[in-house]
Design a protein around this ligand. Structure first.
Ligand code: IYR
Length: 222
């Protein structure tokens, strides 16, 4: 007996094996072009594109379908300015005091520092919040499940959707990020997860020359 809250798997599509392989290769060829970009253009991007990317992110598998995420899309220049100011203050702390020498040495090839102009230049900052628990109508709290895993997967889909749309992004994690609750007026059950900076790359955008692990390095088949 099929429970009556179940529906038929309607949208699954099986491809013949050769087409399956061609699709897997084509997707890899496309996604391997994705780079984290720090040099953004201020060219505007249609809000509807961002809306569809967010809908794609919201399809992510997640714990008990609680969908423990909330996305705040910032385009208001004054709000971006406040975020930049607070983020740069935390980053100065990080680069000047908090970061270990090893951490700074690991970051050196990326050429990052406490200066984050992209937080004001890029047309959108998508601030991703993880909903640690739900607040029930009677005020009691209910913990969500596998929150970092769920929000991490949704963020991965968002990064992929943005690339697929022809835009670039940067995952930015000033630490700590509590200031985002204050600036964006988000409740205490939501924990900032990361800021996704989204837009067109600057015309002369540069990225570090880094390599990704080979299949042998990244996977083991048993
Ligand atoms: N949040 C800092 C430092 C930083 C940390 C890691 I790990 C990176 O991969 C990149 C940067 C910054 O954004 O500069």
């Amino acid at each position: 007996m099929i429970p009556d809250n179940f529906i038929r798997l309607n949208h699954y599509h099986e491809y013949p094996p050769d087409e399956m392989l061609a699709r897997a290769k084509a997707f890899y060829a496309d996604i391997r072009r994705r780079r984290s970009v720090r040099d953004f253009s201020d060219r505007p991007v249609a809000r509807e594109v961002i809306e569809y990317c967010l809908l794609a992110a919201g399809t992510a598998p997640n714990g008990a379908n609680k969908q423990p995420w909330h996305f705040v899309v910032v385009s208001d220049p004054e709000v971006k300015r406040q975020i930049r100011k607070a983020a740069e203050a935390e980053e100065r702390e990080f680069y000047e005091r908090r970061a270990s020498d090893t951490w700074l040495a690991d970051l050196a090839p990326l050429g990052t520092d406490a200066h984050k102009p992209f937080l004001e230049i890029a047309p959108y900052l998508i601030v991703i919040f993880a909903e640690k628990y739900q607040i029930m109508p009677d005020g009691t709290q209910r913990k969500n499940y596998y929150v970092p895993e769920s929000v991490g997967i949704a963020t991965g889909l968002l990064v992929t959707a943005i690339h697929h749309a022809g835009l670039v992004s940067l995952t930015h994690t000033p630490s700590p990020m509590k200031f985002l609750n204050t600036i964006l007026n988000r409740p205490a059950n939501e924990k900032p997860f990361l800021i996704l900076v989204v837009g067109y790359p600057a015309e002369d955008a540069h990225v570090p020359n880094i390599r990704k692990k080979s299949l042998d390095e990244l996977a083991t088949f048993v």
